[in-house]
Structure formats: C-alpha cells, structure tokens
Design a protein around this ligand. Structure first.
Ligand code: SAM
Length: 287
C-alpha cells in the first residue's frame, strides 16, 4: 500500500484494527516519505537480493523493500500488527511476515529457507530499546549476510561508526569494527516519526567483512579484553582491565608493554590490532 507515511491513512488503519502504539516495543513509525526509499536503495534492496527486515510497524519500509528486492522476510514481535500487515502488504507476493522476537528467531534457518541463491541484506528501523543487542546478535551469529542497514539513535550511530582511537570509541565500536565496516549514511530528524521520539536518529550501514578485521588466538577472550578495557570510562586501560578481569595490575601492565603500548594508554587511543596483541599477551600470562 502506498501512502503509509500519511498520518490520516495510518490513523484510519489504527482505528479499524483497534491498534495503539506500544512504547515498550519502541514503536516510533516513520512518517517522512523520503526516508524509506533511501534506506531501501542504500541498503541493497535490489534484484538478486533477499532482505531481512526487523520490526515492520505498519509495513512502510517493508513496502519499499518489496518493490526493489527479490524477496523480503520481515520479523515482527507484535501480533497486533499481523492483520494490519496482511492489509498493507497485500499487493506483494514476495513478502513473508514472521511473528517472532528477532532475538529468539532462528535467522540462519530463515535465510536458508527463503533466500536461496540470493545475496542477503538486513534493513530495519530498529526499536531503540534493543539496538545494540540486535546489531551484535546479527554480527556475532556469523549469518551469511552482506550488509546491515539500520536506523538508530544519533548518539548510538556516532559510537557505532566511530573510528578507532577517537573520543567516540567504545566497546561496541571495537566489536562492530571486528566484523564490519561501518558507514554513517544520513541523519533523520525526530519529526520524521509518529510518535516523535525525544532524540534525532541516523541511518548507518555495516558492510560485513568476509574475515574478521584482526586475527586473535581466542576470540571470546579478545572480546572480554575489549569490554574490560572500556568498562571504566575515566580509567586507563591497565586499571580497567585489571579490575574487570580480576588480573593483578602488574601482569596487565606487562601484557600492555609486551604489546608495544605505553602502560598509561587509554582505551580510546587503542587500535583493533593493539587489542588483539594485548589479548594474546594476557592469554599467554594466564596459561
Ligand atoms: N519499520 C517501521 C517503521 O519504520 O515505521 C517500524 C519501526 S519501530 C521503530 C520498531 C518496530 O520493531 C516495531 O514495529 C516493534 O513492534 C518491532 N519490534 C520491537 N521489538 C522487536 C523484537 N524483539 N523483534 C522483532 N520486532 C520487534
């Protein structure tokens, strides 16, 4: 259905279906008509592609994805939206809606079943309460996907797309950059949504790497080190790692020096390769 960004059309649908917004599910629906076509186009919705959408709302982005991609599978947690989507997406025979929590869905099985022979992209206007867990789940599960194009809060986008070694870097930056190359695509003002949230948003795309950015001897241990390094923002890496991992400060300092870094280095100054070296040195010491 066209016009899904028209407030009167949305209100009419809601009235007929007795629907009201759920704040807890992060339901801020897009009403700016220029945004969804841009997400679809920049998010790889095209011939030869299958698109996995997370959180459909009334299907405003789903519609734009279905116009461009060979196949769309949309996972939506709110069962009240399913009859609405049957109406708003009726013209598309290439859309499957799955009423499930994306964090519990077997996305590998969904991709195998629906996207055989297609390249796969994820596109979504993510519910804000669960942005980072969804992004990390998508990357950590090593799904056969080429890109993740998502609307997130502006602050989250800044952190997710930060360069390593800058003030905006956080544990999530290092985690995302391990798996993908992030890019800030465009900003979206709060007035583009109904109801309007208190903050502005942005759309980012993560191009998934074929191989992780750095080689680590023990991936899980590497991520413990990254999280530990950023666990106490105002402390240097040595102190944070020591208290987060329960390793004596002298040993952490030795590992940091052996990795070629000054003992007083702060996590925001550290590159991915440095984290990998520190993790490998710490692992050696703990063996
Ligand atoms: N795509 C629509 C749009 O742009 O207007 C809706 C976006 S709204 C920000 C987020 C959507 O995600 C809502 O429809 C909400 O019900 C759904 N959602 C929230 N948590 C979810 C979860 N864990 N799994 C799947 N969908 C979820």
């Amino acid at each position: 259905m066209e016009n899904l960004t028209n407030i009167n059309v949305i209100k009419d649908i809601f009235e007929r279906h007795g629907f009201s917004f759920s704040k807890a599910l992060g339901q801020n629906f897009l009403i700016n008509p220029s945004v969804c076509p841009r997400i679809a186009e920049m998010g790889n919705a095209a011939e030869g592609w299958g698109v996995l959408e997370i959180g459909t709302g009334v299907g405003v982005l789903t519609h734009e994805l279905a116009k461009r991609a060979d196949k769309v599978v949309a996972v939506e947690i709110d069962s009240r939206l399913i009859p609405i989507l049957e109406e708003t997406l009726a013209e598309h025979d290439n859309v499957t809606v799955i009423n499930e929590d994306v964090m519990k869905a077997d996305l590998n099985a969904i991709i195998k079943e629906h996207f055989s022979g297609l390249k796969v992209a994820v596109c979504a206007n993510l519910p804000y309460y669960i942005t980072s867990p969804i992004i990390m789940m998508l990357l950590e599960s090593r799904l056969p996907i080429e890109s993740v194009t998502v609307m997130v809060q502006k602050e989250a986008g800044k952190r997710l797309c930060a360069e390593m070694g800058t003030r905006d870097t956080g544990a999530v930056t290092a985690a995302v950059r391990y798996y993908a190359e992030p890019k800030l695509l465009f900003n979206v003002s709060r007035g583009s949504f109904m109801p309007a949230p208190n903050v502005d948003s942005c759309v980012i795309r993560l191009d998934v790497k074929k191989e992780p950015a750095v080689k680590t001897e023990d991936e899980q241990f590497y991520f413990r080190v990254v999280r530990g390094a950023f666990s106490q923002r105002r402390k240097n890496m040595c102190n944070s790692l020591s208290s987060a991992m329960g390793i004596p400060k002298s040993e952490v300092a030795e590992a940091i020096r052996a990795a070629g870094l000054p003992e007083s280095v702060r996590p925001e100054q550290v590159q991915l390769e440095d984290f990998a070296r520190v993790a490998n040195e710490l692992k050696k010491l703990s063996e």
